[in-house]
Design a binder for this molecule. Structure first.
Ligand code: AMP
Ligand code: MG
Length: 394
């Protein structure tokens, strides 16, 4: 079974899921519920944008050739109205932002750049710009403005509303089963004994799945036993994706891979050169893709973000899953051992980043204090204070 670098593992996930996914069903949702969903069809301009030439400043509609000069004010046009006359030589019309430009005028002079003298307006200088958006300058009627596969964010909501789409067609959310494993894992409302932990992973993963556009399906905790684990995996096989947490290390009671293998699974990799999260299993059983995520909470959360999120997005019909990397300036010297790509809790403040002290992959409080992950490349071991380093936004 191959061990992959971070980059190769991510490429493998994107390629396998893109190649083997089935197109999700489409449904329509009210626009108010569309944010975060993936468009299932193209969106076209229903008319020219703007539909008629519009002023983008408050001022006077003029003939540019008349400026500088003294112009007769013949009327006014405001947003929501239209001016029926023409602007002839030596004339101007008071105009407000968003109002249609009267016939004859070809520029708007900002009110701040004019003087007023009874029925006359003085324009001391020719306008530096036209301050008119011509009909169709933003989009032409019939033009495709959004392609299917695009995630609907706030700007896409604005666009859908402006072209009159009250109920866009979106892809159905992929169903993502979440199967925590571990004899030590107890429910949230249990009083854990000192050697037990509450099932935080399932809840964190459910939130991550929802954020990625999926519909989480929570399964009960599987004990560290082959038969019971296999039975619970079988319950997940009508979902598009299965996320297991725990049970993928080399310990005597880590039975996840064995359980998957006994169901005829194919494995694409079971180890990635990253930290946290080296043991990490990706494969497919029947038509269900699966990730065996390491159980330590920081490992589970991080490996979801850098691998499983892309699978959820692709299964939901997204065209190009992106990892929101950016560069930030380290506030202190940072060292690590080469060989692994590390994703460590960090605080991003403006364009500065500082590592958050942590006690390793079990340290949930440190993960919660972080607002970003610092990404230490596998082939570099030292960054000085002030150096740029990669950061993954949280
Ligand atoms: P494992 O990957 O199964 O060796 O698990 C590693 C550690 O992760 C365990 O010792 C637990 O402390 C922790 N862990 C495993 N599953 C969960 C879970 N569902 N919620 C919170 N912590 C977990
Ligand atoms: Mg375990």
């Amino acid at each position: 079974m191959p061990t992959l670098t971070f980059e190769a593992a991510r490429e493998c996930v994107v390629e396998q899921v893109t190649r083997n996914r089935t197109a999700p069903a489409a449904e329509t949702v009210p626009l108010a519920e569309a944010a975060g969903r993936i468009l299932a069809g193209p969106v076209f301009a229903d008319r020219d944008y703007p539909a008629t030439a519009r002023s983008i400043r408050d001022g006077y509609a003029v003939r540019a050739g008349d400026t500088p000069g003294r112009l007769r004010l013949i009327g006014e046009v405001r947003a929501g109205q239209t001016y029926s006359g023409d602007v002839s030589a030596g004339e101007c019309v008071a105009i407000m932002t968003g109002a249609p430009v009267p016939q004859g005028a070809d520029a708007v002079v900002m009110i701040e750049h004019t003087g007023r003298d009874g029925d006359f307006v003085t324009v001391p200088e020719a306008p530096a710009a036209q301050f008119i958006n011509a009909q169709g300058a933003e989009a032409r009627a019939g033009e495709m403005l959004l392609e299917p596969g695009r995630r609907i964010g706030y700007a896409e909501v604005a666009l859908l509303a402006s072209v009159g789409v009250a109920a866009p067609a979106v892809y159905a959310r992929p169903r993502v089963a979440i199967l925590p494993t571990g004899d030590e894992v107890v429910a949230l409302d249990a009083a854990p004994l000192p050697y037990q932990v509450r099932n935080s992973n399932a809840h964190a993963l459910a939130a991550q799945v929802r954020g990625a556009g999926g519909a989480p399906v929570l399964l009960p905790v599987a004990p560290d036993a082959l038969e019971a684990t296999r039975e619970l995996i079988e319950q997940a096989l009508d979902c598009e994706l299965l996320l297991l947490s725990g049970g993928v290390s080399a310990g005597k009671y880590d039975v996840v891979e064995q359980a998957l293998a006994s169901l005829g699974a194919s494995f694409y990799f079971d180890r990635v050169l990253i930290q946290p999260g080296q043991p990490l299993v990706f494969g497919r059983v029947g038509r269900t893709f699966f990730f065996g995520l390491p159980g330590n909470p920081a490992s589970t959360l991080v490996t979801f973000e850098i691998f499983a999120r892309a699978a959820v997005e692709l299964l939901g019909g997204a065209t190009e899953p992106v990892l929101p990397f950016t560069l930030a300036r380290l506030t202190e010297r940072f060292q690590h051992r080469r060989g692994l790509t590390r994703f460590l809790p960090a605080r991003l403040h403006g364009t500065d980043v500082a590592p958050v002290p942590w006690r390793g992959s079990s340290d949930i409080p440190a993960m919660a204090r972080a607002n970003a992950l610092l990404v230490a490349d596998a082939d570099r071991d030292c960054w000085e204070a002030g150096d740029l380093i990669r950061v993954l936004l949280k």
